[in-house]
Design a protein around this ligand. Structure first.
Ligand code: NAP
Length: 275
């Protein structure tokens, strides 16, 4: 086969036949997961560790973070708990700085820290707007910025932002949250375009309805839950483990030619919405 087809010129000799398990391996990589203390962030942190990465977990709650860091160490990986508030720019930057100080470098970032509060749009206050946007959108951007400064020096990396169904559909009482998550998709596309030449890939996972602290109120309503199961083609809600595959894929070389994308992990919810 000639060099034109094989991709050898661009990818090197190893690039062509590297499909299979090795492509999904994160051995030797260092990851930072914001919101790693519980819920989806914790699930993703453990999935990355199982795939071979050392993982820093960051949030505001030291006790919960230390517990997750302990679980990661039990898997035979290194881990560190970083206590910081992502809604403050200095907190976002410190998450990256303390990860690299403790674990030596940074290859993967997952921005899973997030908040939500339902409120009719006519009653949304400036405080509620700032609370949600500062955590979900400003925090995500400044973690990306601090991480990319490190990754640029290291020759590349993978950033995974957590979007939502609300990036793609309008659901009443969720205006600030939807604005933040549509913003996350917008900034992901811009950063993918801007940082691709630096070898930094930036993608989104958009989860559907998952059982976590954030959605406890919804899942405690039996009518809502019955309706949800009818609306999801795969017939059930998501669990943090359901994000493992997409997260490891986007973090690893298996997705080396994928950037600027949104992967909905939602049991088919978005695809089946009437347009
Ligand atoms: P969760 O269980 O409520 O966890 C939220 C995480 O964010 C916690 O680790 C929390 O840590 C952290 N966090 C919140 N504010 C923070 C701040 N200011 N600084 C640092 N960390 C902060 O929620 P989840 O369901 O796992 O949600 C994780 C992400 O997925 C969010 O972005 C959410 O919008 C998104 N999402 C969730 C669903 C779902 O169905 N659950 C669906 C779509 C998207 P501490 O409290 O320890 O600081």
């Amino acid at each position: 086969m000639g060099a034109y087809w094989s991709g050898e010129e661009a990818l090197g000799k190893g690039g062509r036949n590297s499909a299979g398990e090795a492509m999904f391996s994160l051995a030797g990589k260092v990851a930072l997961v914001t919101g790693g203390s519980r819920g989806l962030g914790r699930g993703i942190a453990l999935a990355l560790a199982r795939a071979g990465a050392d993982v820093a977990v960051a949030s505001r709650n030291r006790a919960a973070l230390e517990e997750v860091a302990g679980e990661i160490r039990e898997l035979g990986r290194r881990s560190v708990a970083v206590v910081a508030d992502v809604s403050r720019v200095d907190g976002a930057k410190r998450m990256v700085k303390e990860t690299t100080s403790a674990l030596g470098k940074l290859d993967i970032v997952v921005n899973a820290a997030g908040v939500n509060q339902r409120c009719p749009s006519l009653e949304v206050t400036e405080e509620l707007w700032d609370f949600i946007l500062d955590t979900n959108l400003k925090g995500t951007f400044f973690v990306c910025q601090a991480a990319a400064a490190v990754m640029r020096e290291e020759g590349g990396g993978s950033i995974i932002n957590i979007a939502s169904l609300l990036s793609g559909v309008g659901i009443p009482t969720l205006a600030p949250y939807a604005a933040s998550k549509a913003g996350v998709v917008g900034l992901t596309r811009v950063l993918a375009a801007e940082w691709g030449p630096l070898g930094i890939r930036v993608n989104c996972i958009a989860p559907g309805y998952f059982r976590t602290d954030m959605t406890k109120g919804l899942f405690s309503d039996p009518d809502w839950y019955a309706r949800l199961k009818r609306q999801v083609p795969l017939g059930r809600e998501g669990y943090p483990e359901d994000l493992a595959g997409a997260a490891v894929f986007l973090a690893s070389d298996a997705s080396r030619y994928v950037t600027g994308q949104v992967i909905y992990v939602d049991g088919g919810f978005i695809a089946s919405r009437e347009k």
